[in-house]
Design a protein around this ligand. Structure first.
Ligand code: GAL
Length: 361
C-alpha cells in the first residue's frame, strides 16, 4: 500500500518540470527572511498544508520538531468520493487515504520555524481500548527523556462524548520514528482533557492538564522516565484549557482559553514567580472582542537567541467541519514585567540565531 511518502514522491515527480520552471522564483523566496504568515495555509516541503493541529514543539540540537493532530487524510470523516489506490478525492481535494478507524499524529522538522519538512506519521492509532469508532486522540506533545533516551508522547485520549478524560502515552527510540502506544490513565487520578507541555529552564518536564471537576488546570511534574505523572505542582483555579506555560525573565506566565469547544474566546494569562504559585488574576492577552483573533492557545514557545528572547504564541484557528484546513496563528508576544500581549496578526520574520522577531508594518 502506498504511504503518504510515496504519494508525496509521486506528486513531487509530476511537479518536477513545473518546479524547474519556478526554480528562480523559489530561490528568491527561500533566500528571503523566514516569514511566518498567521492564518494562511502553511505548506510543508511537499506543498501540503501542515497537519500538526493542537500541537507542540520540542527542540533537539538546532532542530525544532513539531508534533500535532494529522487530520489530513480522506476517509477519516467518511467524506471521500472515490479512491484511486491510496489516494482519495472528494469535491474539494485529493489526499492520502486514511483508515477511518485510526487517529494520526504527524511530525515535522525545521531549523528556522518557518520552513517545515514532513518527517513521518509517527502515530497511527486504532481504538486503544473499548472506546468505539469515534474515539478521540488530540493535542499530542512529545518530551525527550535524556536519561532513558526515549521520546515520550502524551496525548488526550477520550471517547466520543469526552467522558473518559485520560492521557495516553506512547514511546519511540527516535524522534520521528513509529511511536508505540503504551497505556492511558487519569493523571494523579484526575480528569484530564486538553493537555500542554512545559520544560523549565532547569530541564524539568511538566504536563499541563485541564481538570473539569476541579474547575482548573494542573501543572504536574513527570516521573524520572516521563512515563507517568508524578506530582501535582499546582492546580490553577481558573476554568481554562489549551494550557501553556513559559518562563520569561524569571517570571512564569500561564495561558489558557475558556471552555468553548472549537469556538474562539478571549484567551487569558496569569503570572507567578514560582510554578507553585500564588498566581495573579487572569487578564486578557488581546482585546476581548478580538477573541484571540479567532484562535485557541496550544503552546508558548521560547526562542532564546544571541541578541533577544522571543516568546511565540502558538494557536489553532479551528475549522471543525474541515479540520484538515484548520490554520495556525503564531505571533511573537509582547512580554515582560508581568504583562503579555498578543499583537494583531501580521506577517513576521524570526531569526532563530539572534532570537529577533520583526512584525511587518
Ligand atoms: C476544545 C479543545 C479541542 C477539542 C475541542 C472539541 O475545547 O480545546 O482540543 O477537544 O474542544 O470540541
Amino acid at each position: 500500500m502506498q504511504t503518504r511518502r510515496d504519494w508525496n514522491m509521486m506528486l513531487s515527480n509530476r511537479r518536477g518540470t513545473l518546479a524547474a520552471a519556478l526554480c528562480l522564483a523559489c530561490a528568491i523566496v527561500f533566500a528571503a527572511p523566514q516569514t511566518i504568515k498567521p492564518g494562511e495555509v502553511w505548506p510543508d516541503d511537499h506543498g501540503n498544508h501542515i497537519q500538526a493541529h493542537g500541537g507542540g514543539i520540542v527542540k533537539l540540537g538546532d532542530t525544532f520538531y513539531w508534533f500535532g493532530e494529522d487530520r489530513g487524510g480522506l476517509g477519516a470523516s467518511g467524506d471521500y468520493g472515490a479512491c484511486y489506490g491510496a489516494i482519495c478525492c472528494n469535491m474539494t481535494r485529493c489526499a492520502p487515504w486514511s483508515d477511518p478507524s485510526k487517529r494520526y499524529v504527524a511530525c515535522y522538522s525545521s531549523k528556522d520555524l518557518a520552513h517545515w519538512t514532513f518527517r513521518n506519521q509517527v502515530l497511527k492509532q486504532g481504538d486503544p481500548g473499548d472506546l468505539g469508532p469515534r474515539f478521540v486522540l488530540e493535542r499530542p506533545k512529545v518530551f525527550y527523556n535524556a536519561k532513558t533516551r526515549k521520546y515520550v508522547m502524551y496525548m488526550h485520549i477520550d471517547d466520543a462524548r469526552y467522558a473518559l478524560a485520560r492521557v495516553g502515552v506512547a514511546v519511540s527510540d527516535t524522534v520521528d520514528g513509529d511511536y508505540q502506544y503504551l497505556k492511558s490513565f487519569r493523571p494523579l487520578g484526575q480528569e484530564s482533557r486538553d493537555i500542554g507541555q512545559f520544560i523549565d529552564d532547569d530541564g524539568s518536564a511538566y504536563l499541563i492538564f485541564e481538570d473539569r471537576p476541579a474547575k482548573g488546570f494542573h501543572i504536574a511534574k513527570l516521573s524520572d522516565d516521563y512515563l507517568t505523572v508524578e506530582k501535582d505542582v499546582c492546580l490553577i483555579h481558573a476554568p481554562l484549557e489549551g494550557g501553556a506555560v513559559v518562563r520569561y525573565q524569571g517570571l512564569y506566565y500561564a495561558l489558557g482559553s475558556a471552555l468553548t469547544g472549537w469556538n474562539p474566546n478571549p484567551n487569558k494569562y496569569a503570572t507567578a514567580s514560582r510554578l507553585e504559585g500564588p498566581w495573579s488574576e487572569f487578564q486578557d492577552i488581546a482585546p476581548p472582542e478580538a477573541n484571540t483573533y479567532g484562535s485557541q492557545s496550544t503552546m508558548l514557545l521560547k526562542v532564546a537567541g544571541s541578541k533577544a528572547t522571543t516568546v511565540i504564541f502558538m494557536g489553532d484557528i479551528w475549522k471543525p467541519r474541515t479540520q484538515w484546513d484548520s490554520r495556525y496563528l503564531w505571533m511573537p508576544v509582547e512580554i515582560g514585567g508581568g504583562k503579555m500581549r498578543l499583537p494583531e496578526p501580521k506577517e513576521w520574520t524570526l531569526d532563530v540565531e539572534t532570537g529577533v522577531a520583526a512584525i511587518a508594518k
